[in-house]
Design a protein around this ligand. Structure first.
Ligand SMILES: *[C@@H]1O[C@H](CO)[C@@H](O)[C@H](O)[C@H]1NC(C)=O
Ligand SMILES: *[C@@H]1O[C@H](CO)[C@@H](O)[C@H](O)[C@H]1NC(C)=O
Length: 419
């Protein structure tokens, strides 16, 4: 072995050799196990009837062998268990271990299965109810225990940002709690539809856990690509969005609705910022749900204050809607999930699932950081077989003002009726 490793130049080769070596070792071990088993089988099934005098001794030898076989089998089973445990640890998908110390008692209480009072339910076949909580909560169990530490029936700690932190770590859904969430006096809300465009008062949202403590502060901060100044309803671009096109990548709402042939009644806006798409759609009597987290700003309460429907959900969560329900789904660069290409595929299939046949998918100014990204996204969209009603790839100046231009894809796609 020593001489072999001397000859190897680079790490790749060494790695390959190592793999081959370990495979060979595995095969050898497997063969030895098989051979032992065959031998044991042979010994069991062929007690030689000719040698009566040796019978006792032979019997002893057989029991010796069978003992050995049992030992080997036990060893294999334990190795397999160890391997499964290692795999679980690598994936981090072991369910929450409630026996470990320092677990909040409320978490144990919430997760404890509850037997059905009348025994087995005839329709579902279940005998107990189990509370649901994201499996990845296991990876943030200290934060989760912090989240579940409160006085029952007392006020909850003012900790929505802790909840969001957990969600962003994949701990979604969160467990329910038995405490009263901090309430905000919502005075000064306007009736609908006046509420859609009235500036939102700083007082109707909670600012805890946020860097800014007012909308004035939020509006001066540099925010994400899709939401530059999106909380500023009075001035800026926000009230022009979907009404006036600033470039060929911007589609006007009336044009898009016309493509839907009058059948657009309900919609879903993925990562919809301050809810302006839903607001413009509300003016067309179309009900739109806007999904957003509260990253650096109180988006959910802002949208609600406009009289619109906010959905506090991360993009990693399966959409909580039934198949084929929406007439229109809009997504911007929020759709750009990072990570393996399969991740975007899972998301796209879920979007496809909740959109009805003939419904519209509006890809609105999807930022393509690289040519490769544009190709990947285009290929993915084309795989779904949507009809391209509009398709624009355009360049825009970098919003940070660096002078460089960036590539954006905008499209309106119609979902086909699949067999
Ligand atoms: C049993 O094993 C012993 C040594 O382990 C050997 O000498 C003997 O021949 C074996 N007997 C039979 C019947 O195989
Ligand atoms: C929305 O519905 C109201 C009430 O039915 C109606 O008066 C109004 O014209 C509708 N608006 C549009 C744009 O269809």
């Amino acid at each position: 072995m020593g001489s072999v490793s001397l000859k190897i130049g680079d790490g790749t080769a060494r790695f390959k050799r190592a793999t081959i070596c370990s495979s060979a070792l595995n095969i050898l071990m497997l063969l030895s196990v098989v051979a032992t088993n065959i031998f044991a089988l042979y010994a069991f099934t062929n007690p030689n009837p000719g040698y009566q005098s040796h019978h006792l001794l032979q019997h002893k030898n057989i029991s010796l062998i069978s003992e050995q076989v049992t030992l080997i089998l036990r060893e294999i089973a334990s190795s397999q268990k160890k391997l499964a445990k290692m795999e679980k640890e690598l994936l981090g998908y072991e369910s929450i271990d409630l026996s470990r110390p320092n677990i909040a008692s409320e978490l144990k209480m919430f997760l404890r299965p509850h037997s059905l009072p009348l025994g087995k339910d005839s329709r579902t076949g279940i005998t107990e109810m189990v509370a649901s909580v994201g499996h990845s909560c296991e990876k943030s169990v200290d934060l989760l225990t912090q989240y579940m530490s409160y006085k029952v029936s007392g006020p909850c700690p003012d900790d929505w940002s802790l909840a969001q932190k957990l969600i962003l770590r994949g701990c979604e859904p969160l467990p329910r709690r038995r405490c009263f969430a901090k309430s905000v006096p919502k005075v000064g809300l306007y009736p609908f539809p006046v509420s859609l465009w009235k500036p939102i008062s700083d007082k109707v949202v909670s600012w805890s856990g946020l860097g800014c403590k007012s909308f004035e502060c939020v509006n001066t901060k540099k925010s994400s690509r899709e939401c530059a100044g999106c909380l500023d309803l009075a001035s800026g671009n926000e009230n022009q969005k979907f009404v006036k096109a600033r470039g060929k990548n911007d589609f006007v709402l009336d044009d898009v609705l016309a493509l839907g042939g009058g059948g657009i009644r309900i919609g879903f806006d993925i990562g919809g910022g301050s809810g302006t798409f839903a607001a413009r759609m509300a003016e067309k009597n179309v009900t739109v749900i806007t999904s957003t987290l509260n990253i650096d700003a109180p988006f959910n309460e802002f949208i609600a204050a406009r009289g619109l429907f906010p959905l506090f959900l991360s993009l990693d969560h399966r959409f909580p809607f039934y198949d084929n329900v929406f007439d229109i789904i809009r997504a911007s660069s929020g759709l750009d999930v990072v990570g393996k290409p399969e991740k975007l595929e899972f998301l796209m299939f879920d979007v496809d699932r909740i959109l009805r046949a003939g419904g519209l998918l509006w890809v609105d100014n999807f930022y393509c950081a690289t040519e490769e990204k544009k190709k990947t996204v285009t290929r993915l969209i084309e795989r779904f077989g949507y009809k391209k009603l509009k398709w624009v790839v355009g360049e825009k100046a970098d919003p940070s003002g660096s002078g460089k231009s960036e590539v954006y894809l905008s499209a309106v796609l119609q979902k086909p009726l699949r067999a």
